[in-house]
Design a protein around this ligand. Structure first.
Ligand SMILES: CC(C)(COP(=O)(O)OP(=O)(O)OC[C@H]1O[C@@H](n2cnc3c(N)ncnc32)[C@H](O)[C@@H]1OP(=O)(O)O)[C@@H](O)C(=O)NCCC(=O)NCCS
Length: 178
């Protein structure tokens, strides 16, 4: 039940190796990429989608915790425009015009056993409130247009703004905060 789950700030939770392992386990289980050509490739993948957010923007990281103290979901985010980073990936470059209006962005994952009970929505609400308070004009996510999570984002007031990539397979979903 979602009400048995607390949404905590990452900075308020004691940082233990077990905590990091639990976050990593959810990240790798939820990721579409399952095999890596090397440990370095696996680390770079984690760094791109999770590690740098925890390190550089821990104030915008949140954990969903069970009563027993297990991590069952997380959200990492930032209010910085990703297109303003010096080493911007191709994906972001394709959406450069729209990230200006919706600079904040996030990555959210919930452990399989806890999905579809509102945990992801609560994580989004918490980040959106903080991003709005911090003055972000808007927030976006980029996902596969065919993914089941598009409906999740639509329900959380993210609307399609643009598409890009081969066969327009990537969708930019955004929500205005001002
Ligand atoms: C997408 C996700 C974060 C949503 O969290 P959640 O706690 O399940 O979401 P909520 O309970 O607040 O909202 C439920 C809605 O999420 C969507 N959803 C449910 N299971 C999903 C799944 N396995 N994958 C994608 N979306 C899913 C559905 O639209 C669902 O609505 P429904 O139950 O009426 O069908 C979570 O399902 C998840 O981690 N999925 C796999 C990884 C993923 O897609 N992450 C987002 C990367 S961009």
């Amino acid at each position: 039940m979602s009400s048995d789950i607390s949404i905590c700030r990452y900075l308020d939770v004691e940082r233990t190796p077990r905590l990091d392992e639990e976050i990593d386990a959810i990240f790798f289980e939820a990721s579409n990429t399952k095999s890596f050509e090397s440990d370095a490739a696996r680390s770079a993948f984690r760094e791109r989608w999770l590690g740098r957010y925890l390190r550089d923007d821990p104030q915008f990281a949140y954990l969903a915790m069970s009563i027993a103290g297990d991590v069952v979901g997380y959200l990492v985010g930032t209010i910085e425009d990703p297109a303003s980073r010096p080493s911007t990936e191709n994906t972001i470059a394709a959406f450069r015009e729209v990230t200006k209006r919706y600079p904040a962005h996030l990555h959210v994952n919930v452990a399989r056993a806890y999905r579809s009970s509102g945990v992801g929505g609560r994580l989004i609400d918490t980040f959106v409130a903080d991003a709005q308070r911090a003055g972000a004009a808007g927030v976006h996510v980029i996902t596969s247009a065919a993914s089941a999570n598009v409906r999740f984002y639509n329900r959380n007031d993210f609307q399609e703004i643009a598409r890009a990539g081969p066969a327009d397979a990537l969708v930019f979903l955004a929500r205005a905060l001002t």
